[in-house]
Design a protein around this ligand. Sequence first.
Ligand SMILES: Cc1cc2nc3c(=O)[nH]c(=O)nc-3n(C[C@H](O)[C@H](O)[C@H](O)COP(=O)(O)OP(=O)(O)OC[C@H]3O[C@@H](n4cnc5c(N)ncnc54)[C@H](O)[C@@H]3O)c2cc1C
Length: 475
Amino acid sequence: MQAPAVSASSPLVTDTALAALGRVLPSGAIRTDADTREAHARDESEAAPILPDAVVRVGSTDELCRTMQVAHRHGVPVVARGAGTGRAGGAVPLRPGWVLAFDGWRDLEEIHVGDAVAVARPGLVLGELHRAVEAEGLFYPPDANSWASCTIGGNVATNAGGPRAFKYGVTGHYVLGLEVVTADGTRLNVGRRTKKGVTGYDLTSLLVGSEGTLALTTRVTLHLVPKPEAVRTMVVFLASEGAIADAVGVSLRERVVPRCVELLDAITLEVLREHRVIDVPTGARALLLVEIDGDEETVDRQLERLGSRWLESGALEVLVAKHGADRERLWNVRRQMSRLLRERAAHKLSEDVVVPRSRIGDLLARARVISERHRIRMPSYGHAGDGNLHVNFLWDDDEERARVGPAIDALLEAVVGMRGTLTGEHGLGALKRDHLPIEQAPALIELQRGLKAQLDPRGILNPDKVLPGRGHGAC
Ligand SMILES: Cc1cc2nc3c(=O)[nH]c(=O)nc-3n(C[C@H](O)[C@H](O)[C@H](O)COP(=O)(O)OP(=O)(O)OC[C@H]3O[C@@H](n4cnc5c(N)ncnc54)[C@H](O)[C@@H]3O)c2cc1C
């Protein structure tokens, strides 16, 4: 594991500001010991770790308001952190300053069954929310694969998606309102508690996905839906990657919207074959993991119809799981993927590009060309239904690393050329912010700089994230 860099902080500013903070927070809220700082230096990305000057544990909105008043007055950069599972370096403190740790603030304040609303504090773990609302017969669909540890605050900040996004959408579709604290320590309530409402500008949408650069989330009001009665899972083996978009099309023509359509490409399928995770039929070059939900009768009918249509249109094999253990076995195939790929190289970087669904075969073909041209291993898997592909870059040494950057540039150019977008769920964070000008015009980036300056005039909220550094072709 890479040792964290120590940021070049000004001891004078830091000490004065920390002393001021110590006067307004309860004892124990501020930690400056080496172990705590080390534990808050990195996330789950390839971003180089950097030690914060201090870690501040916030446990109430009032405490956070006081913290931000001090940070604003002294110009101290702050970085919010949930569970640190981010893939874009968003929670890595690039400048000297404080990490605000939200992970201990996990209250689920309310589940209102009649209104189908849940209210949570930002440190609530996604999996805990799932369990609690499902016990009430309700359902919170967004299901980032990191659900066992990622937090609702982090999910809102990254507008997290997950396998179920194909049918149900992403985090932002379920956020009705937010309580936030601004850069100068002002508490605001944006949005509402009702499903409908168009009062004022839609600031909730602006803040969702803003990666902690515009405000800090302290309370989230979420819309829930009824829990589906039944779920069925299928694995479909295809003879070519080009057949993926057609297979998704078959399902939509049958008027079935699966809740997930996950894909593994030919290379990842080969890894599964080698590790005997599942019997892969001869000639298979792509795998789709499909899940449908609804009432018992309907899902069984849909299952049969879809299975037959896929076989008629050339699928090599369709496996069906109706019950818990069988479903787990099929999902295990998908879950093992990231781990097995990680074992094959010293480093793995996962892009999460999106193209229109019909172009997913073209994207895989283009990734293959880029992989050969730059001599980098690039296995892909992801959310086929949404056109959201995790293209992975594997490398072992510096010589290979030097070729990864140009390969990523080529991939992102290709994606935008297909009318796609740079990131579907991980965000731009620190790692992808300088690529933003590939997709967005200078005027649009400048407009966003203006919004940032309005909300955070001293530039202390998660600086150097999302928007590109000056001199990157933006302005
Ligand atoms: C194994 C694995 C699987 C994953 N699968 C998915 C997936 O399926 N879909 C998906 O979308 N992502 C996935 N991710 C990425 C990651 O889990 C998500 O981005 C998640 O939303 C991050 O949550 P977190 O609590 O870990 O946030 P962190 O990593 O701590 O922070 C992420 C960003 O949110 C900001 N932030 C955190 N809390 C707050 C707050 N209270 N107020 C303001 N800003 C805040 C941070 O500053 C940072 O910019 C995966 C990651 C891993 C390791």
